[in-house]
Design a protein around this ligand. Structure first.
Ligand code: PEP
Ligand code: MG
Length: 906
């Protein structure tokens, strides 16, 4: 490794590296180099490569040969450029040391600022008339960060000393501490370090190497490993170290520090969006200890343009240059030193789902990217977030007027959530097993990630839009409110106090991450605006989100091959499905129609009938209502195929369990209660999922299927006569043998022909089967002889392939996932090795026997992006999923045909 270059320089206008060297220079280093090349004002510095980190990890903290001299050479260059020397007591060069991994890992790695200061420099500088307040402020920050990161001193000890200093002086913020107070703070920090056992090293070079080692070491700390595990990132990449000349945002009121997004990360609107703090250093904004100002405030407010007109203009220019260059929304950090702007970082900005979609579509409209790239940048989860529920405005207003508004913070993650309050991440994870939880914290840190995952939403009392909680929540797609400073979290008492009010852990709370409101009690979530506009054509509010939602899906439709249908049981579901762009119904579960109030009693009488005559009487009642159901669905789906599945669940599921309901039914039927109770008991099976259901029922009690087929055929005739283009498909569930399907087909076709003769109306109706029993996959070629189409029921197929009952999988699956025995839930995402192999085999065998066999899938997996990609590879004709997942499936079916891009949007 001796002959490799280990250190890459960057400075105004030039750089050794560039943006495509993220693996070597880390994201931060690569982009600092790129910005330098573009002539954007970046404080000069150098990057020690990730390869050095890997070497350091593999060689117990040793460095590759030649590193030291390369670093010395670069320090010399910086000294010459700045006209200052590192460690010079008169006018020292100070640097920052920052980590920068190839992938953004917010809050995971560490930063040290003002490195190069020591006691002597401080004394001399103050004695020489330097700005004592500023110098001491810098030094105390260095002592805390170095103490924290390198020497492992407990952070609370520094916090306690600072609090004591504020109290002594009678001020509320650190920013107001006087030079004298800061002098005391510095003394007390030195004391803290001495008591902790390691004094602060006075030699700046020792500081530098200590900091470099700490950054490399932090790559492997628990938090970092946990973060990588949760985000599926590689462990072997290492981090780079960036050493950069310090610029100061805390050098007076003509200085500031801030963060900005080139577009709004919550909505995607094309407008610089961010926050800054006057007279502060970078960490102050991110830590959320002071509430920053908006760069571009709503009309009337004071913003960066008022405080720093020139730097503001320049920042807008830089933002434009970066967007044009990267063709992506950027998240930047900047510092203004005596009115002069310096850029400290740029990277692709994290964003909410709605923002991701809007930015992708807008950038394509602006000509920055093509349609395919726009599709690569939108993930299925983003569409899901756009459809995420909010609270009913009236219900919320009543809650607020009723005094239940606990506070208002910043709307950091859109969407609404309600649940029981948990005050620590551990409790959140525990409590989440019994229902929805909200994590309520002072502020969050990387240790809280598991609890944040487990929660429905997150509330913090402190912090801004770029605080840890805000960034991570947006990443997870969770509703989040930060900086709700009316909330006081009292861990000792285990309560959240808001004025006189107290909420205990376990009490209900609601949050609106779109408005920032935190409300006591549980509010019910309601449909999103995009959803209302799509489904009901509602016109109120901004229509752009709905427009971009539609547009991106239209682009997806041009790319995808797989068709997308919906699982819909009612005309209303069918309308929703159509509004989302479904190209048909892939599964209409007829049993759901049986539960409606006006028919369940006839269904029960049909099941319990003791004579053919009695049964026929019940079926005669059911036929017209079933027919009306189908007519409604066929009308809603005119011009598109509708696959109706005949009755599937075991009959006992329709029967009453409560003695009162049994008595009522007995009365209706005119038989004694005991007889009904006996029959109910007899029909109850021990393992209904593998029992007398599906086509087994259709073959042993054929009147039911015959009634359903007749209802479908008559409904089709009626709609055809009414002028609709109807395309029904009749589907038999749970078929496992050739004889089952051949018998069912015959029964079905006979009935269809009879109805055709009786009505004189000809409607072509396909007859096919579900493939959801493993045996059916093996004999798919024989089954295909009698089926016009196959539709994989991957719910049952997964159940039977694994031997996990769908009824009790919840008892062990969570533990299996936690222990890594299963890498993911196979009921949510298709198992490609086992269940997927069955699907693949059945598809091949089926098509060998019948080349034009139409094949789809209608299990839950139809709405899962990874599964959709799998079904595309296998070559199915369509996927069918819940109406609300249709958008996801359309997008996923297109994206899986395009190459992968790095996921920045979250
Ligand atoms: C299936 O088994 O995948 C399926 C769609 O049918 P159901 O969920 O109704 O059993
Ligand atoms: Mg099934």
């Amino acid at each position: 490794m001796a002959d490799r270059k280990h250190v890459y320089a960057f400075a105004g206008g030039t750089a050794d590296g560039g943006k495509d060297q993220k693996l070597l220079l880390g994201g931060k280093g690569a982009n600092l180099a790129e910005m330098s090349r573009l002539g954007i004002p970046v404080p000069p510095g150098f990057t020690i490569t990730t390869e050095v980190c890997t070497f350091f990890q593999q060689h117990q903290g040793a460095y590759p040969e030649g590193l030291e001299s390369e670093v010395e050479e670069q320090l010399g260059r910086l000294e010459r450029q700045m006209g200052r020397r590192f460690g010079d007591p008169g006018d020292p060069l100070l640097v920052s040391v920052r980590s920068g991994a190839p992938y953004s890992m917010p809050g995971m790695m560490d930063t040290i600022l003002n490195l190069g200061l020591n006691d002597e420099i401080l004394e001399q500088a103050v004695a020489a008339g330097g700005d004592a307040r500023f110098l001491r402020d810098c030094y105390r920050r260095l002592l805390t960060m170095y103490g924290d990161v390198v020497l492992g001193a407990p952070h609370e000890r520094f916090e306690r000393e600072l609090t004591a200093a504020r109290e002594r002086q009678g001020v509320a913020t650190d920013y107001e501490l006087s030079a004298a107070s800061l002098g005391q703070v510095v003394d007390s920090f030195r004391q803290v370090l001495a008591e902790h056992g390691t004094p602060f090293p006075q030699d700046p070079r020792e500081q530098l190497w200590g900091a470099v080692a700490a950054v490399f070491g932090s790559w492997d700390n628990r938090r970092a490993r946990e973060y990588r595990r949760l985000h599926g990132l590689r462990d072997d990449l290492g981090t780079a170290v960036n050493v950069q000349v310090m610029v100061y945002g805390n050098r007076g009121d003509d200085c500031a520090t801030g963060v900005a997004f080139t577009r709004n990360p919550a909505t995607g609107e094309k407008r610089l969006y961010g926050e800054y703090l006057v007279n502060a250093q970078g960490e102050d904004v991110v830590a959320g200890l002071r509430t920053p100002r908006d760069i571009e405030p709503p009309a009337g407010g004071r913003g960066l343009g008022d405080d720093f007109p020139q730097a503001h203009r320049q920042l807008l220019e830089v933002a434009e240059t970066l967007e044009q260059h990267y063709r992506e929304m950027q998240d930047v950090e900047f510092t203004i030193e005596h009115g002069r702007l310096f850029m400290l970082q740029t990277r692709a900005g994290k964003r909410t789902g709605p923002a991701a979609v809007r930015i992708a579509v807008d950038m394509a409209d602006e000509g920055l990217i093509g349609h395919e790239e726009a599709l690569q940048r939108v993930e299925p989860m983003h569409l899901v977030q756009m459809l995420a529920p909010g609270f009913d405005p009236d219900e919320k207003r009543r809650a607020v007027e009723g005094g239940r508004l606990l506070g208002k913070g910043l709307p950091a993650g859109p969407g609404a959530a309600a649940g029981r309050v948990a005050l620590t991440a551990e409790r959140a994870a525990e409590m989440a097993r019994e229902g929805p939880v909200l994590l309520v914290r002072e502020e969050t840190s990387p240790e809280d990630i598991v609890g944040m995952h487990a929660s429905q939403g997150i509330v913090t009392a402190r912090g801004g839009m770029t605080s840890h909680a805000a960034v991570v929540a947006r990443g997870l797609g969770k509703p989040c409110v930060v900086g709700a400073d009316a909330l006081h979290i009292d861990h000792r008492q285990g309560v959240v106090r808001v004025g006189e009010l107290r909420l205990r852990e376990g009490d209900e709370m609601s949050l609106d991450g779109t408005t920032g409101e935190v409300i006591a009690g549980r509010l019910a979530p309601h449909q999103s605006q995009v959803m209302r506009q799509l489904l009901h054509g509602e016109e109120a509010g901004d229509s752009r989100p709905t427009q971009v939602f539609r547009e991106i899906l239209e682009w997806a439709d041009r790319v995808r091959r797989l068709r997308v249908r919906a699982n819909a049981d009612t005309p209303e579901d069918a309308r929703v499905a159509r509004a989302f762009g479904a190209e048909g119904i892939g599964l209409c579960r007829t049993e759901h129609m049986f539960f409606a109030e006006d028919r369940i009693s006839w269904v029960r009488q049909m099941i319990l009938a003791s004579s053919a005559q009695e049964r026929q009487r019940a079926l005669d009642h059911l036929l017209p209502v079933q027919q009306a159901d189908f007519e409604g669905i066929f009308a809603a789906m005119a011009g598109l195929p509708v696959t109706v599945r005949l009755l599937d669940p075991p009959l006992h599921e329709f029967l009453p369990r409560e003695p009162k309901a049994i008595a009522q039914l007995a009365e209706q039927m005119g038989v004694p209660s005991e007889r009904v109770a006996e029959k109910v008991a007899a029909l109850h099976e021990t393992n209904p999922m593998l029992g007398h259901r599906g086509c087994r029922l259709g073959l042993t009690a054929p009147e039911i299927y015959l009634m359903q087929v007749e209802a479908i055929a008559r409904a089709a005739c009626a709609r055809k006569l009414a002028g609709d283009d109807v395309r029904p498909e009749i589907m038999h569930p749970l078929v496992g043998t050739e004889e089952e399907i051949s018998t069912l087909r015959k029964m079905t076709v006979d009935t269809l022909e009879r109805v055709e003769r009786e009505t004189g109306v000809e409607v072509p109706i396909l007859v096919g089967t579900m493939i959801e029993v493993p045996r059916a996959c093996f004999v798919a070629h024989r089954i295909a002889e009698h089926a016009d189409f196959f539709s994989f029921g991957t719910n049952d197929l997964t159940q039977m392939a694994y031997g996990y009952s769908r009824d009790d999988v919840g008892r062990f699956l969570p533990q299996y996932l936690e222990q890594g025995i299963l890498p993911f839930d196979p009921f949510a995402s298709i198992d490609p090795d086992g269940v997927g192999e069955l699907v693949e085999m059945a598809t091949r065998r089926g098509r060998e026997a019948r080349a034009n066999l139409k094949i789809g899938i209608c299990g839950e997996h139809g709405g899962d992006a990874d599964s959709v990609a799998f079904f595309e590879r296998v070559g199915l004709d369509y996927v069918s999923c819940s109406p609300y997942r249709v958008a996801v499936a359309r997008l996923a079916a297109a994206r899986c045909l395009l190459g992968q891009t790095e996921a920045v949007a979250v």
